[in-house]
Design a protein around this ligand. Structure first.
Ligand SMILES: [Zn+2]
Length: 170
C-alpha cells in the first residue's frame, strides 16, 4: 500500500478542526498502522491524522528517548493542565528542518480511546506531556508556531522558507 503523504505548512487541512471518530473499526486501525509507518519513515515521534490529509481525531506517538510505550489515541482530549509551565524544543513533520523552544503546561492528563476502542487515561509530564499537547493541537488546527511570540515565529518562518528554497534548488 502506498505510504501516506505528510502535508506541509500551507496546506489548508493543517488549519482545520478534525472530526471525532464515531466507531473504532478496522478502517481506523488500518489508518493507525499506516500513520505509524509514515511517522517512523520520517523519523518523527508524533503524527496527527490531519498531517496525512485525514481530518479525523487520531494521533500516534512514540518517543524514542523516553521510557514510555507507543500510543495510538482516538478522540484524545486534554482534561487537566498544570499551571506550571515548561520550556522545551519542538519540531513538526509538517514544518521540517526547523525547531524552536516552546513553552507549555508542564503536566497534562489526557483521555482518549485506544485502537481497540478501550478508554485510556494518561498522566504525563516531560517530553510525553509536550508531545501529547503538540499532537492534540493539530486536531484543532493549531501548530506549535502559534505558541511562539510574533518575532520568534517570524524568524522561524524565515529560516523555514530559506531552507525550503535550498531543498527545491538542490
Ligand atoms: Zn506537528
Amino acid at each position: 500500500m502506498e505510504r501516506l503523504k505528510i502535508e506541509l505548512l500551507g496546506a489548508p487541512i493543517l488549519r482545520q478542526r478534525a472530526a471525532d471518530v464515531d466507531v473504532v473499526d478496522d478502517e481506523v486501525r488500518d489508518l493507525v498502522r499506516r500513520m505509524f509507518d509514515a511517522m517512523y519513515a520520517a523519523n518523527g515521534q508524533g503524527l496527527a491524522a490531519p498531517q496525512v490529509g485525514i481530518p479525523r481525531r487520531i494521533v500516534v506517538l512514540d518517543l524514542p528517548h523516553e521510557d514510555t510505550p507507543s500510543y495510538a489515541l482516538v478522540n484524545p482530549r486534554v482534561v487537566e493542565r498544570a499551571e506550571e509551565r515548561a520550556r522545551g524544543e519542538e519540531g513538526c513533520l509538517s514544518i521540517p528542518g526547523v525547531t524552536e523552544i516552546v513553552e507549555r503546561p508542564a503536566r497534562v492528563v489526557v483521555e482518549a480511546v485506544d485502537a481497540d476502542g478501550a478508554p485510556l487515561r494518561i498522566e504525563a509530564d516531560g517530553e510525553l506531556a509536550r508531545c501529547l499537547q503538540h499532537e492534540i493541537d493539530h486536531l484543532d488546527g493549531i501548530l506549535y508556531i502559534d505558541h511562539l511570540s510574533p518575532l520568534k515565529r517570524k524568524m522561524l518562518l524565515a529560516r523555514y522558507r530559506k531552507q525550503q528554497t535550498r531543498t527545491v534548488d538542490a
